[in-house]
Ligand binder design. Sequence first.
Ligand code: 4AD
Ligand code: MG
Length: 469
Amino acid sequence: MEQLKRQKVYDLLKVKDETLLNGQVNVKGWVRTKRGNKNVAFIALNDGSIIHNIQVVVDVQSFGNDELLKKVTTGSCISVNGKLVESKGSGQAVEILAEEIQLYGTADAETYPLQKKGHSLEFLREIAHLRPRTNTFGAIFRIRHALSFAIHRFFNELGFYYLHTPIITGSDAEGAGAMFRVTTLDLHNVPHTPEGKIDFTQDFFGKETNLTVSGQLEGELGALALSNIYTFGPTFRAENSNTSRHLAEFWMIEPEMAFYDIHDNQDLAEDFLKYLIKYVLENCPDDLEFLQKMYDNELISRLQFVTENTFERLSYTKAIEILEQSGQKFEFPVSWGVDLQSEHERYLVEKHFKKPVILTDYPREIKAFYMKQNDDGKTVRAMDVLFPKIGEIIGGSQREEVYEKLLARIREMDIPEKDVWWYLETRKFGTAPHSGFGLGFERLMLFITGMGNIRDVIPFPRTPFNAEF
Ligand code: 4AD
Ligand code: MG
C-alpha cells in the first residue's frame, strides 16, 4: 500500500485544509458501521480525534477485493488510502473514495461486544476496556483532557506553580476518611513487637504508610515558600460509600495561597470554576452537543447559566435557618451543628437560590483541625462550594496560622504530634495567613458532562469490589 501521511479525522472534518481536497489522503481508525449493496459500500470510520465519523465510500466492482471487504466489519481496524472529495450525501461535507484498504485487525461479529448501538451505561461499565470506543465515552474522555489542560492553563496564567505532593504518605492528619495501607510486609508472616503490635519498623519505610487522601498539608508547605501553588493528582479514600458521587480513587485540584483570606479564597474558587466551564463550552462544542442530545437536554444552558451568574455567598448558620424554615421534609433532619447532606445542599442550590452557593463558617466540630478558628469559639473559616445536581464540588478554608491555636486544636482532637511536627513548624517559622481549597475533578466532570454517575466520567473507576481494568 502506498505510504501517505496519516490525516486525523478531526483535521479532515474540522480544519478543512483546502489543499487536501481532491488529493490522496490516508486515514486510520475503527469501523463503526458498514452498509451498502453489491455495488457500493459505505464505511463510517472513527479514530477518536472527534465525535464524528468520516465516510469511506467503496466502489465494490472496481475495488475488486470482496474477501477483504467482507472482513471490514463493525469494530475492525483499517487504514484507508483514497481521494478526499466533497460529499454528495447530506450528512457530511467530505468523504473518501477508497482506493486501497489495509486491514489491521478484524472484530468477529458474533463476539464483539459493541456490535450494536445503544448499550446501557451499566453494561458499558462492565466492558471498561472497550467503552472508550463508544461515542459517549469518546466525548467524555476528550472533555476530561480539555478540562485538565484548562486547569494548568488557568493557574499558569495566574502565576501559580504546580507542586507535586506525595502519593504515599506517612500521616493521616486530614481525617478525610479511611485510608489504603501501603506495605511490603509479608501478610502471611507479619512481624510483631514484644508488645504484640505490628512492627512497622520492619516495613519498607520503617513506619506506617498509606495512600494520600489529599495533597493539602504538603501543599501548604509549598505555599509558605512559593506564595501560590496548586496540586493536581490522584487521591484515595477507602470509605465504603457506594454512591453515584464517590470514588475510592479520584483526582483533586488543590490550590494553596499565602496571604489569601477566606474572601480571596472564594473569589478564586468562583473564577476558577467559571473559567473551566467556559473553556469547555468554547473548545468542546461537538462533544457537549452530543451529550446534551443523548443524556441531558438542559446541559449547555445550565453550563452557561453558571458562567453568567454570581454565586450566592452565605454562612452555614444562615443556611441552617433557611433549611429549618423551608417546610421541606428531609431524610436527615437539620439543626445547627449537623453536617450537611447532599439533599440539604441541593435544596439550597436548586430550590432556594437556584444558582451555585458558597457556604462559609461551619461549626468547628464537623471540620478539619487546620481550619482557622473564628473568634466566636464555635465556628471555623471553612468554605464549601455547592453546585446544582452535584452538591459539594469544592471544600476548603482559610488555615489556622497561629501556632498556639493550631497546637491546641491538634491536642484536642488527639492527633499525634509526631505525625504533624513538620506542619506545625511552618507556624513556628515565618507563619503567614493563607487559604486553599480542593476541587473534586470527577465532581466537576459530572457537572460539565451532565452524566449521572461518577463511574462514567473516569476511564477506570475504583469503587468497592471493582478494580478489574
Ligand atoms: O472536602 P474534601 O474532603 O477536602 C479536602 O480534602 C481538603 N484537603 C481540600 C483542601 O482544602 N485543599 O474534598 C475536596 C473535594 C470535595 O469537595 C469533593 O468535590 C471531592 O473532593 N471528593 C470526592 N470526589 C470523589 N469521590 C470521593 N470519595 C470524594 N471525596 C471528596
Ligand atoms: Mg468536604
